[in-house]
Design a protein around this ligand. Structure first.
Ligand SMILES: Nc1ncnc2c1ncn2[C@@H]1O[C@H](COP(=O)(O)OP(=O)(O)OP(=O)(O)O)[C@@H](O)[C@H]1O
Ligand SMILES: [Mg+2]
Length: 287
């Protein structure tokens, strides 16, 4: 199912008038880097309406434009054509209502403790220092870092840094958390634990999560909605809904991944992506 044209399609399968306004809306977006014969068309005919409350994963071949799409929502760059809106207002730059967490948490300040890194987000929201310090403890507890308040960043493992980056993103009380392969550098066992943490945080905070992942298993397990993208120029080739995360939240996590339904969903998404990867990449130079 390829989505094209200016009319966004909601990942929950609904569309048309009378529905609640989406949180984020990308309408007929293209992203082209550079100009003239050497330019690169990274994203093409990309229309998507992201509802207020969803865990959306974006998956697709390397270089297909996933980060480009996320960066549009973050406001790091503008589309070459088309529009990106949040609650109906065009996104023109970064803002505290949209927080990005990258793969290796490079934005953490290494000379600050874990608590001070989180407290920064709270003082930026206008909280006095003492309250921010207290508030930081709350967010550290949420991500399983209770007791690590005074630890400097360089004493934390990769997984703990990702937890900390999540805590800081949540402390901003952003409406949407943008995750660019947040667990990409985490070992398999720890990754499964952090996937459960992501689901729980998403559920508890009532925030919209938009995540890029290269893992089919991860996309199927954590998401309410999955967008599959074609090879560059990236277009939406398929939108699917899942609810395995609900079962995991209900306490059946060890059974979810072992169920035949899960294996089937994984296989189907894998096949979609295999077809996408082997698809002909449109010309990128001067097209
Ligand atoms: N600032 C830039 N200037 C020029 N080209 C860029 C720029 N950013 C990205 N590109 C190109 O746009 C295309 C899409 O890049 P993007 O980073 O969005 O892909 P991606 O799907 O996130 O890839 P990956 O899975 O490897 O992270 C690539 O061909 C990339 O080289
Ligand atoms: Mg990327």
């Amino acid at each position: 199912m390829q989505q094209s044209g200016p009319e966004p399609v909601r990942p929950d399968g609904t569309g048309g008038g009378g529905l609640p306004e989406p949180l984020i809306e990308l309408s007929d977006v293209t992203v082209r880097y550079g100009a003239g014969p050497g330019s690169v068309l990274a994203v093409d005919k990309f229309s998507l309406a992201i509802p207020q409350r969803c865990f959306l994963s974006i998956i697709g071949p390397s270089g297909c434009g996933k980060s480009s799409v996320l960066n549009l929502i973050a406001g790091y760059h503008k589309p070459s054509s088309g529009t990106v809106r949040m609650n109906g207002t065009e996104i023109v730059g970064p803002g505290p209502e949209r927080m990005v967490v990258h793969q290796q948490s490079t934005a953490l300040l290494p000379w600050f403790s874990a608590a001070r890194n989180v407290a920064l987000a709270l003082t930026a929201r206008g909280q006095p220092k003492a309250a921010a310090r207290e508030g930081a403890r709350h967010y550290l507890n949420m991500v399983g870092l209770a007791g690590f308040d005074d630890h400097p960043i360089y004493q934390l493992s990769g997984g703990m840094r990702q937890r900390l980056a999540l805590a800081r993103a949540l402390a901003t009380e952003a409406k949407v958390i943008l995750l660019d392969e947040p667990l990409g550098a985490i070992d398999a066992l720890q990754r499964a634990v952090l996937q459960d943490l992501l689901i729980r945080l998403w559920d508890e905070t009532h925030t919209c999560f938009v995540m890029i992942t290269h893992s089919v298993e991860e996309a199927v397990y954590v998401s309410t909605d999955v967008i599959s993208m074609s090879a560059r120029p990236g277009r939406i080739i398929r939108q699917q809904k899942f609810d395995f995360n609900r079962s995991a939240l209900a306490g059946a996590d060890s059974h979810v991944r072992a169920s035949p339904e899960f294996a089937e969903a994984e296989e189907e998404l894998y096949e979609t992506l295999t077809a996408a990867s082997s698809g002909k990449t449109a010309p990128s130079e001067g097209d």
